[in-house]
Design a protein around this ligand. Structure first.
Ligand SMILES: [Zn+2]
Length: 563
């Protein structure tokens, strides 16, 4: 490609609303342009990067037996209603009505759809199967931002495995896990596999692939000894035990005028770790009490996972009043028998605790949790903090910011049962297949590479996905010898199959070099009269920025070696 013909509108300044590095550089470099919030056009350079990322993903999927198919992006509501996710997807799913008034969804993911395709399977002899697509997905984000990192329309590779039993699923899941590590390796991303919440996917296990980045919005707890890593929505830790005093024979009510917070009650002499924090939630219409220790924070995703409800939300102050007779600040679970009570295990066996008395401005003290509170379920609800002890080795856990770059799920038989993906097993019995689901966002992968591969001058693409591997910069267009030598080298590299860009623009060398750095071409060859007089060109790898003179006869093989 000759740069004089290339459409890449580079900008001196980043858009005013851009915070993330990848947002700034991809727009400035002319890779992408917003159509409106969360929807981007890929210009030629961006499109080339995207195609290369997709090719890597396809190669790794095909290598583990994946077969590429494509399913529709617009789905009838009935399919999502059958799985229960028409409701649980909530506001993130775009919904459209056709002219007949029928509801449709724009796909956020496609478990339901692939399960209907799986209904074509008939025998265990056809298994395992692994199908994938690379297709557009939609997500109605509340606040699309950070360029390609949080968008409403994006390209995702989603793969689905079909096995006869759990052992088969384990094998498929592991094959995907290994393929993901290879994909991220080829993108030069260091992905940390972590235990994660399955959210509303259902199923048992899930693993997220998280890439460390300061701009990342996902928090991961990680052990410095390398034996534990988990998303904050799933992370656990070891707590030191607290010795309680004997306590009272029964809870005792005491007046707490204007004391409405854990901190205020702590000031009144009841340490936060001797308090019970009671929160009211509504899970699919059912009122649920969630209890954690006063000094702990509840993780709402953990609660949502534990309730297994489709939609979980905090109750309003009025709903709390209706359920318990008091407003937040004076709530408690002592004596409550008509509501589902879920409590974090750190409260188990605790005595001499303080908690709200369900009467504004009154609390109880001397509460014995096991004796006085009718806990229905002991479930992990607590959000782990940095510095707490690793469950495997006791070391202090660190908290790192990451970008979620991939997520794989063991789904089990749920979708297959609902959509008739059944086969005859060895004994001639009809059984639902066991499914797995595996996703990587293409656009987010591109943005994540930029987040982790840049400097003050621009992007530093890994050669595998760079829009062009080499740029030949003609330093002075009016020097005929330079133009001739550069063009010959250009043709030589082209015929050797190298992705090469010839900067033949009539512009100052400084502008050309700055543009080449901004768009991040890994290898730059400068052809100018001074070096050429000695039979040399200037070779500059983008990553180091160090320029050396190389004989013009050697540069092609030198580049091919580097690639
Ligand atoms: Zn550890």
């Amino acid at each position: 490609m000759r740069w004089s013909s290339l459409f890449t509108p580079t900008l001196r300044d980043a858009p005013g609303d851009a915070e993330a590095t990848s947002h700034k550089l991809l727009v400035r470099g002319g890779f992408i342009r917003p159509l409106h919030a969360g929807h981007y056009t890929y210009l030629p350079l961006g499109h080339r990067v995207r195609a290369k990322v997709i090719k890597i993903i396809q190669e790794e999927m095909n290598a583990i037996g994946g077969q590429e198919i494509m399913v529709p992006t617009m789905h009838p509501a009935s399919i999502w209603q059958a799985s229960g996710r028409w409701d649980s997807m909530g506001d993130v799913m775009f919904r459209v009505q056709d002219r007949h008034g029928s509801d449709n969804a724009l796909g956020v993911t496609a478990e339901e759809i692939f399960a209907t395709v799986g209904a074509e399977l008939s025998s265990y002899k056809q298994l395992p199967q692994m199908w994938y697509q690379i297709n557009t997905k939609f997500r109605d984000e509340a606040r699309p931002k950070n360029g390609l990192l949080r968008v409403r329309e994006f390209t995702m590779k989603d793969a689905y495995s079909f096995d006869i039993d759990e052992a088969g699923l384990d094998t498929s899941f592991d094959a995907q896990h290994q393929a993901y590590l290879k994909i991220f390796g080829r993108l030069d991303l260091e992905a940390i596999p972590v235990e994660a919440s399955s959210g509303n996917m259902g199923g048992t296990d899930s693993v997220e692939f998280m890439v460390r980045a300061d701009t990342g919005e996902d928090e991961v707890l990680i052990c410095p000894n390398g034996d534990y890593a988990a998303n904050i929505e799933k992370a656990i830790s070891t707590l030191s035990t607290i010795e309680d005093e004997a306590g009272l024979a029964a809870p005792e009510k005491f007046a707490t005028p204007n004391i409405r917070t854990i901190e205020a009650l702590a000031k009144a002499g009841y340490a936060a770790d001797r308090q019970i924090k009671t929160m009211v939630f509504v899970a699919d219409g059912e009122t649920v009490l969630a209890l954690v220790r006063g000094d702990h924070q509840l993780n709402e995703q953990k609660l949502a996972d534990a309730t297994a409800a489709n939609v979980v939300r905090p109750a309003s102050s009025d709903e709390a009043l209706a359920a318990l007779g008091a407003r937040p600040g004076s709530l408690g679970a002592v004596g409550v028998t008509d509501l589902r009570i879920m409590a974090d295990p750190s409260l188990r066996g605790r005595r001499a605790m303080a908690t709200g008395a369900n009467e504004d401005d009154w609390h109880y003290r001397g509460v014995d949790v096991n004796r006085d509170i009718a806990v229905d379920e002991w479930v992990d609800l607590r959000e782990v903090q940095a510095g707490e002890a690793c469950v495997n080795c006791g070391a202090a856990l660190g908290m790192v910011n990451t970008i979620e770059s991939g997520h794989i799920f063991k789904l089990g038989r749920g979708y297959a049962e609902k959509f008739g993906a059944q086969v005859l097993d060895k004994n001639g019995k009809q059984v639902p297949v066991v499914m797995g689901s595996y996703g990587i966002g293409v656009d987010r992968a591109i943005a994540t590479v930029v987040e982790t591969h840049s400097d003050e001058n621009g992007i530093i693409w890994p050669a595998a996905i760079a829009p062009y591997e080499v740029v030949i910069t003609i330093v002075q267009m009016k020097d005929d010898d330079s133009v001739a030598a550069a063009t010959e080298l250009y043709n030589q590299l082209l015929s050797a199959g190298v992705d090469v860009l010839l900067d033949d623009r009539d512009a100052r060398p400084g502008v050309k070099f700055a543009d080449a750095e901004l768009i991040g071409i890994p290898h730059r060859i400068g052809v100018g009269p001074r070096a050429l007089a000695e039979g040399n060109v200037e070779y500059t790898p983008r990553a180091t920025g160090d320029t050396e003179l190389v004989a013009i006869g050697d540069i092609a093989s030198r580049i091919q070696q580097a690639l």
